[in-house]
Design a protein around this ligand. Sequence first.
Ligand code: HEM
Ligand code: PLO
Length: 477
Amino acid sequence: LHSSSSAPLPPSLPWLPILGSLLSLPRGPPHLALTRLAHAHGPVLGLWLGSHRAVVVSRAQEVHEVLIGQGRVFGGRPPMVTTDILTRGGQDIAFANYGPAWRLHRKIVHASLYKGGFGMEEIEAIVSAEAKELCAGLFGYCNGQSLDLTTELTCAVTNIICALTFSSGYSRTDPEFVSMLRWNEGIVRTVARDAPVDIFPWLRFLPLADLRSLRACVQERDSVLLSKMKQRQACLEEGSPPQDVLGCLLAAQHAARGDLRARHLTDTHLLMTVGDIFGAGVETTSTVLRWIIAYLVTYPKIQAAIQAQLDVMLEGAFPCLADQVRLPLLQATIWEVLRSRPVSPIFIPHVALKNTTLGGFHIARGTRVLVNLYAVHHDPTVWDDPEQFQPGRFLSSDGLQVTPPRPHFLPFGAGPRGCLGEALAKAEIFLLMASLLQTFTLSLPPQCPAPNLEGVHGVVLRPPPFKVCLKHRSTCA
Ligand code: HEM
Ligand code: PLO
């Protein structure tokens, strides 16, 4: 093993002062551009993002080293102009640097979602209720008209997060919900999408329209979340138990009064953490649901096969989490969508917190690490025909079991910075898709071209807007 200082530097793109390696980056969406570079230069590639030293990691072995093997060493997050506006300088979880505040908030949220507050049974009950609502709301559209499902799906996942965070929810026409859709769009459009201002921090002094719009949206978000938090706090003071995420955060804040942890549990920290859970919980899950639907209307035979399995296995009963093992084709299709179009094709940047080596190369402290999950999920040396959409790759040869090939499949990341919502998201995606497909057949409207499956790059990789027709299935009880 090399000591870190004697190890060679990774191969690097040419760079210029101030611009960094900008001129050497191929055009196009970053995950595709960086994947092309990895084919030419190897799995660990140095480059400069403006004045920041960075390295792109594009192969499963080295990605595991970053996330798990040296998860703590690579567990930092960089300051970025847009995410600092969103999170008041990283006082949340996702964009917070490694440290005691980040660790404490992760622990509290994790415990409130899966252990102390809720458990998978409560999550299942909340999600199932929302799945029923979603299907009931969609009956009215089974008359041949076409619709974009985004609002309905977003409302369903928003209500699930609201129930888990504040013990409350929205109706689809609630003006607060409608305004949430608006500010969320504004944030998604501008935050952490490799905008020039995240590369060249000095641009923040220019009156950029995007930054202005981001600040306005964040302000609106903060005031809505703050009023929800106040409402919930009032109920808690009246004695309802602190079961939800906010209740657990407030209880921790209360318990920490006067001790050292109090400075990690300020009102701002609580608001920013709730903002993360809300933002991560809604945007990611609703995006995956839309991707699955985009693929199913493009591959109607796969949809029909999933429905046949649903009918045989459930005989019209409402789906529950225990049915996951009985519906391998739906599971495999969900995995294949998460492989083909990962929500986060390039993770939020990690930062090396000390000098180290990666794949035999020296990595200097402070280097930003871009994990190119898209390249890992499309690596031709570990996946057959990676560009083909083939749920069958996740099934045993008899088709009766799913076999997730763990090391090369990392849609939720892993290790100390891995996704906090993984178990929740999996439950939501399974239950919502199973109930939708049991109740309706989704298809492209007549004469409509299939949705473009390349994806629109932003803070998450989204499918383009598209419409579907719904048909009620008579086989359903
Ligand atoms: C982080 C994926 C749903 C909360 C992440 C990361 C990924 C990811 C790739 C970053 C890993 C890294 O930087 O190394 C996904 C996918 C989802 C999903 C694919 C849906 C299918 C959710 C949900 C929640 C959530 C529902 C809400 C509880 C978070 C948080 C982090 C995170 C708080 C930051 C963790 C940290 O930096 O310590 N997620 N996520 N995610 N996710 Fe998710
Ligand atoms: C989505 C838009 C919201 O308005 C704010 C928000 C908060 C947390 C972010 C999320 C956005 C996008 C997806 C992120 C999440 C934290 C972890 C998650 C980046 C910007 C992923 C996939 O890493």
